[in-house]
Write a protein that binds this ligand. Sequence first.
Ligand code: PLP
Length: 352
Amino acid sequence: MAKNINVHRGENSIESFLNPGKNPNFPLVEIPGNLNPFIHEKIKIFAKLMTFSSLGNVKAVPGFNMIAEKAARGELKGVKNIIENSSGNTVFSIAVAARLFGIQNIQSFVPSEISWHKLLMLLFFGVSPIVNQEPDKPSSTDPASGIYKAKKLGLKEGWLNPGQYDNEDNPKAHQKWTAKQIWEQTEGKITVFCAGLGTTGTIIGNSTYLKSKKESLQVVGVMREAESYVPGVRTEVLLKLIGFDWKKHVDTVQQVLTADAYRKSMELSRQGIVVGPSSGFALGGLLDYLSKRKKDNLLDELRNEDGEIICAFICPDGPVPYLDEYFKYLDDSDFPEIENEQILRNKPEKNS
Ligand SMILES: Cc1ncc(COP(=O)(O)O)c(C=O)c1O
């Protein structure tokens, strides 16, 4: 096979660059022993770095696939406007892919509690945000919800709503690319897969492919505890808005708290696996799952033919968009001190 020297040139350079099938695998990196409490029990834990996708986050993969598949089916004919319900990574990934097909007007319903930084990101990528007051009781069939409004506007002439919450091309993207890469990279030895639950596209796509290869593979889904914040992933109540039947693809659900997610991602980042809160969240859920199996004397059932347990967890994005939040959710003692802090000229208000 020709060596992929990772160059995309010519008229279709961007299309090729956005297409995961025309790129090297995203790295799969084993976490260092000091972050793996099970290292001496023949348990290896690997981080799948979706940060190495074309747009630096997990959504580059379904964002590209949802648009490319619509184009392949001829469903972009006459489309001049795209509307999605998304406050972050999904809509700017869709925007970049849609521009390949000459679609310039990209709009997004965003909840009124969206962070200022995320709103700036949308503006930076040329996405027009429509701030929406979400109903108190989340429901995708409530006409006041962003999901409902996006669906309705998407039916108008010249408009399209990709609909990440029930569009099969979202999980299929992970089935086609992410999972296939993980299978290859672990040489079929993976025994546990873990990911946070957002739209659930990642977990459904990976579970579908990996279980088709190895029925005994265990899939761990991680959700937020009620009232506990982590960007990109959902609580049990918010998962009710999702159109996919995700539960049938998941063997175990774990819940992880905000500070645990932020701390674990900071620890990974400090050792060279530079990832954001929802990555620490997935690792936290995986470690809790392994601890529980150990307590119940059920670890050995997970071992592969080499007597090892090979785990992979998904790292959706990096820490930079959330940097200020680390200082909100972690303790002062987690960070070094600043010498001569009193003479700093541009210090923002704490937690602003
Ligand atoms: C930062 C981040 N983490 C995790 C996820 C969850 O992935 P999925 O939507 O495929 O469940 C998302 C999705 O929006 C995300 O943006």
